[in-house]
Design a protein around this ligand. Sequence first.
Ligand code: ATP
Ligand code: MG
Length: 661
Amino acid sequence: MTTLEEKILGGLDDEQREVATSLNGPLCVLAGAGTGKTRAITHRIAYGVHTGVYKPNQVLAVTFTARAAGEMRTRLRDLEAGGVQARTFHAAALRQLQYFWPQSIGGQLPAIVDHKAQLVAEAARRLRIGTDRASIRDLAAEIEWAKVSMHTPEGYMAAAVGRSAPAGLDHTTVSRLFQSYEDVKTDRHMIDFEDVLLLTVGVLDEDPKVGAAVREQYRHFVVDEYQDVSPLQQRLLDLWLGGRDELCVVGDSSQTIYSFTGATPAHLLGFTKRYPGAPVVKLVRDYRSTPQVVHLANRLLAARRPEPGVAGQDAQWPAPLELLAQRETGPDPEFTECSDDEAEAAHVAQRIRALMDGGVAAAQIAVLFRTNGQSQAYEQALASNGIGYQLRGGERFFQRREVRDAILQLRAASRTPTDDAVPQVCRDVLASLGYAAEAPSAGGAVRERWESLSALVALADELAVARAGRETPFSLAEFVAELDERASTQHAPTVQGVTLASLHSAKGLEWDAVFLVGLSEGLMPISFAEDQADYDEERRLLYVGITRARIHLMLSWSLSRTPGGRASRRPSRFLDGLRPATAGRAGKDAARAPRRRKAAGPPTCRGCGTLLATASERKLGRCGDCPPGYDEAVFERLRAWRLRVSQEAEVPAFVVFTDAT
Ligand code: ATP
Ligand code: MG
């Protein structure tokens, strides 16, 4: 083995090595979180390049997030396989579209919509349909679903049968709004993110010259996170392949978390039907997390039962692959019940400070939440504790004023010849905008501004190292071009601070310490989960969250939204059987917080204990057979009786909630 071959294959186990050395497709890798899927396919590409089977520029590796693509490119350069295209579907399609648009369509590629909600609102105004902010958001999501599922506005009505239409609108109205939104975009000469894929599919499909050119360019395809591919992305992949089978896919059906946008694990699970005889490699050794974290993740999946009283019992739940922990033992996961949201954020900030004092780097800590709206409390708690943070979501980075100013100044500087120490020029230029080697002592906006600028400096350092030793020196113009590309694909550089991110955007990533916050009913599972498929997806989302942690895992929830407020929330049903009988407590009202006698479960009638099927029944807390005015004492007796029966049977036939207050 050469030294490089040793570097490529040496750090892999037998199954991973099988993946890395099976250079001809089709190949499917099915494996759980942290088992080294991404590592195995990255090394496979490097091995293919090293052995001369692949020409680097003929490989297209598709990842789910821009950050994952960036990490893969860095790793490939490290394994001497630079030049391979590792991109998201969007970034790859956008490049092709930009290239082929002038010859195939003519003129310049239209601008890309960055504020979709405004255009959807305009579409509604044109039709004189009153909408509020929440319904605009729901509508935008529904239009996105229709587009990635490749439905036209007319086709939407038939396709949406069985789906609940957003914002109390009927499907016909949604279809009209969808068409109106398309018209608004056309009038403004704009395209949205989904159009980038749809138009690329259109151009590849209809222009034989373009199709042939792209297929000539790319010969080998690798797709990471294949369980979350949408029908539109699959169509694009098919066009790229053009009937060839040089395809390697990796995925984990237990991590399907984007079904709501039209993604489906059907492509992953049906791979061998499509390519009969294709080898399927399974990886089960978890290299990421401690046995404690792995155990919790396994138990969460194993505990899945059909939700009583919830529609769609026959929903698919592919058998999860049990993970085998490889790392040494670590601390037990921490479970903390907090009195309110503010107390929870303060508790998290305090624990982060303790971890940092104990030597864990801020960049190795993440706080993950279900909805973006939850981030505010954590931003505030971290800022007031002087802890730097970054909110994940690339758009925000490149939209920051200081970043836009910095790119303008760097662009201007790149027009004047300098002597190729790009990092130093970058430092000098950004100093005028507030960059300094030391972090400012002030928090808030000053700190955030400094963090953005230092992220750009760190990126300049990183690229300078990666490109050292090349014939042509790394230039400032090249750095600016890299920034432009990252801005268009929303691939933000890493800011050195604690990461605040939604569970969805944490996919594929890992940190030494992970805080999973807001684990209460209504947030996890989210309040609008209504059928079995929704609950299953929420469970998978929590699984993704748990498996992001390498060593420290902290799970918390709060009983009330506001300090001193009524303790109206229950811990997430997914924690049943996972959390110890006595969780830690935080918050000044914690001692007085009411305890639940029984674990969380679906809402039941206070009268007869039957499951409540409709929203209005749930609101009233009783079923139609137990009318209002039903004697509270009777309720009480029934409750006691049911509790006794369920205890005698040793099986909680129904779960009864009783506040001890
Ligand atoms: P996810 O499902 O979350 O995307 P994954 O299966 O893609 O996870 P990777 O991110 O490739 O997993 O690997 C998880 C971690 O384990 C990484 O830190 C990786 O470097 C490490 N790892 C993977 N394989 C090995 C190995 N054979 N030896 C040591 N460490 C490994
Ligand atoms: Mg991965």
